[in-house]
Design a protein around this ligand. Sequence first.
Ligand SMILES: [Zn+2]
Ligand SMILES: [Zn+2]
Length: 362
Amino acid sequence: MIRPWGFPIPLLPDELFSSWLVRAALVQGCDPLVLTGSVWPRWRVWTGDPDRGIAADRLAALARASGIAATVFEAATLRTIASAPAGGFPDGKAVWPWVLAAGSRNRRRRGGLQYCPACLAEDKKPYYRLRWRLAWHTACLRHGRILRDCCPHCGGTVEPHRLSAEDRHLALCARCKGDLRKADEAQADGDALAFQSAADEAVQRREGIYGQERISCEEWFALSRYFVGLLRRAAMGKSDILNEMLRAFDIDAGDLEAPATGLVLELLLTRERAALLGRVRRMLGAGPEAFGRAAKKAGASVQTLCEMRQKLPHCLEKAVAGLPDRSPERLRRKRAATGRPRSRRSVARMWARMRRAMLADS
Ligand SMILES: [Zn+2]
Ligand SMILES: [Zn+2]
């Protein structure tokens, strides 16, 4: 039987569930582990990601102890907001689309939480916002500064759940105990901020805007992710045609950092996401016709726009109709239909492959 707490500890505006859990522990003078251990004796909550939502029976136990309704806690988790870009609850997926991945390993985390030092400095009781876990958030609208994703003193991940009772508040680094508010962030990029606002609006209205067109929220995020993919490919210098095409949107792929890792968007650093999403904003603003014109002018084929097995977003299909398709299957089919003989080079390649196969067999 769980004893109810002596006094209520209400959630603060837009407070993230895990932020409240840690704050509730420190206010009562105990370690977060002790508090969660008393509410859920057989559950190691911090080895997972409680902000993704918790089971109804566990929520009920917390509601009894804290005196706060389960629905209030549910609203402080990422489940509802994450369902908008994903087009449904993303349960069961290892990485939730557009939610920063924590990358938990025991109680350690690789990332997943950003913060605004100025917001924490203004807070009477420093706390973490739900929106700081969203992949499209890279800046603080209120302060116009980019968000931080690591401690300014030791570079460690932001892990408030690893604080202990004597730390007393949440604006400390759990690793070096440095003050997370003592950081001066750079001015946010206007395009990245515009993307962030447009994405917030798409989630709120459940529809987004592409050029002059209205598309579903899910489609809008899928299109944005598709543009992120094009930008990352261009940054790796994979296609001159693609780079040429992006110049129509005033984007120089040479300015983009080639991703050092092939990590998904949800695992990238704030700075890397801001650089990509700001450029996506420019592509979105130009609309589908401009995209089609840029593709044709640069001499793009279907393969420039879609890597193997990748599908073009539906809202782009009309704009790029008529681009040449150079897929091997299609060329083969075309050759069979016209009865044209193969080129000398392709016959030589086939012969070489056959010889290799025969040698391997013998
Ligand atoms: Zn702020
Ligand atoms: Zn630190």
